[in-house]
Write a protein that binds this ligand. Structure first.
Ligand code: CS2
Length: 534
């Protein structure tokens, strides 16, 4: 049995393993983080570790909160919050390379479900100055197409009546802030680090909408004094595997129950509006800007959109990992074409970003064989991901009357994937909070297609599917989108993925009807700011 990674064994680790370059004994907690998954540990927690090492301002220790699962707490508590981050890529000879660092920024881990009140108390702790979140898209309990809070979400319903035992992140935040205000403590920053467009504005409107049902004065206190910076986060972090644990333990000479593996690339663009200070995250390469919207758009459309497309098309072909899918020439060519012809043109004018280089880098990142990333992992929760990853781009292309065939194929791949069966007939489970309604929708679309005249069947099917408002919103009323979706779905159904890829590569772009004025006006803004008065 190997000894465990912890404060005691830390000094004995091999010299080539980087360690926290500050005195952990002097750390004080400044950040409460909701959603202590692998992504946070490879991104913000690392950046905080580097910031504290560079500035020696040790007031930014992280109290990590898992909303439900006790697994991270159980792994990290015996390790005094320490864990290993392994950055992996391949050398010139194709051999995997790995750089290890023990991260020390996480001081303590809690499980909200076990003791929600302890989390509220921590949000209302005088030293807490930032509450940050990586709770994934579905953690926001919002409707993906509009960004509005889902009042019928069971956790939100529960939390409206349970101020002491909230379950949702939104409930924890609002009741925690209520305590803070009651105690006369200063406001703080709420920092969303999830892959949502306008993640800060979205969080703000959800928090204010919930608070308004509780207490008007609290709502205006939050609105006036707390800040919600938008931020773009980027690093590929697959789930840790058992072989990672074994390999890393061999190298460390001690056992780390939950190391994290990631690519070397890291990007973070944050709006510099912090109510009560922040760590010197620039030490980790973070950039501070006045407006993060263009960077969020760039990343969601040019990284996450193609990533999801690769996951669905790859999974349909029965391919297990992203790098294997990206190595398939027609898939790689499809991604490249989709990014170049259909996505990049919607992203003009972002300061300091060369789209050509950005595209090449993404293709290299997903080809990284040293970082096996399951297609099924990225495929999950598609209903929450598609709107900002693919559908926003489609809306913009439609406004210009531009070709959307490849984007439509990516969306069709998601819908086709939802049948739960790959090309070889192997079944896989659909992991998605809307799996129930979406499965019924697929069945309804089949019924509608069967009832239609044969030459209308594909169109009827696409109409029913695109009519699902929580995901497609107004797109279900766009004839050009429905036609494109119908064509791609039909090809996938009748001839399969490879044929569909070949067809979009071969055919010239169809002549698109000019966008009509009514259509352009009908596109509502995606987020409605909540106005709560002074
Ligand atoms: C991925 C992202 O799981 C997914 O949906 O597309 O987690 C992706 O790896 C990151 O956003 C990259 O920054």
């Amino acid at each position: 049995m190997l000894e465990r990674l912890n404060t005691e064994s830390l000094p004995r680790l091999p010299a080539d393993v980087e360690k926290p370059a500050y005195d952990r004994g002097r750390l004080t907690p400044g950040i409460v983080h909701l959603g202590l998954g692998a992504f946070h540990r490879a991104h913000q927690a690392l950046a905080t570790d580097l910031a504290m090492a560079a500035s020696q301002d040790l007031s930014w220790g992280i109290l990590g909160v898992s909303l439900r699962s006790a697994a991270t707490r159980d792994a990290l508590t015996p390790q005094d919050g320490l864990y290993t981050l392994a950055l992996r890529d391949s050398g010139p000879d194709g051999e995997p390379r790995e750089q290890l660092r023990v991260v020390g920024a996480v001081q303590r881990v809690m499980v909200a479900e076990e003791d929600p009140n302890a989390v509220l108390e921590r949000i209302a702790y005088p030293q807490t100055r930032i509450v940050s979140l990586t709770i994934t898209e579905k953690g926001y309990c919002h409707e993906p197409a509009t960004g509005h809070l889902r009042w019928d979400d069971p956790d939100i319903l529960h939390d409206l009546d349970n101020p002491i035992r909230p379950r949702s992140a939104i409930g924890l935040l609002v009741y925690g802030l209520a305590l803070r205000r009651e105690r006369g403590l200063p406001p703080l920053t709420l920092l969303s680090c999830d892959n949502l467009q306008a993640n800060g504005d979205t969080l703000r409107s959800l928090v204010l909408a919930f608070a308004l049902r509780i207490d008007v004065a609290l709502t205006s206190w939050i609105d006036k004094h707390c800040t919600f910076p938008n931020s773009m986060v980027d690093r590929i972090v697959p789930a840790t595997r058992d072989d990672d644990r074994e390999r890393i333990a061999q190298r460390l000479g001690v056992q780390d129950a939950w190391p994290v593996v990631a690519e070397p690339y890291l990007n973070w663009v944050i709006e510099d509006k912090f109510a009560a200070g922040r760590p010197a995250w620039e030490a980790a390469g973070a950039t501070f800007v006045a407006n993060a919207a263009p960077y969020e758009r760039l990343k969601l459309r040019m990284v996450n959109g193609p990533h999801s497309a690769l996951a669905y098309l790859g999974a349909l072909l029965g391919i297990g990992t992203i790098h294997e899918a990206a190595a398939l020439p027609p898939l790689r060519a499809f991604l490249d074409d989709m990014m170049r012809h259909e996505i990049a043109p919607t992203l003009k004018g972002i300061p300091d970003v060369g789209l050509e280089g950005y595209r090449h880098r993404f293709l290299a990142r997903v080809a990284n064989p040293a970082l096996p990333h399951p297609t099924q992992q990225i495929a999950m929760d598609g209903s929450q991901k598609l709107p900002q990853r693919l559908l926003a781009t489609i809306r913009e292309r439609l406004r210009g009357g531009d070709d959307i065939r490849r984007l439509a194929l990516a969306v069709a791949a998601w819908l086709h994937y939802l049948r739960g069966e790959d090309v070889a007939g192997r079944r896989y489970p659909i992991q998605d909070p809307l799996a129930g309604p979406v499965t019924k929708l697929l069945a309804r679309a089949d019924v509608a297609a069967r009832a239609a005249a044969p030459n209308q069947a594909a169109h009827r099917r696409a109409m029913v599917l695109a009519g699902y408002r929580p995901v497609f919103g107004d797109l279900g009323k766009k004839p050009v989108f429905i036609a494109a979706l119908a064509a791609q779905l039909e090809t996938l159904r009748e001839h399969g993925v490879l044929h569909a890829l070949e067809a979009v590569a071969r055919e010239p772009a169809p002549a698109m009807p000019a966008p009509d004025a009514v259509d352009a006006v009908a596109v509502a803004p995606l987020r409605e700011p909540v106005s709560v008065g002074a």
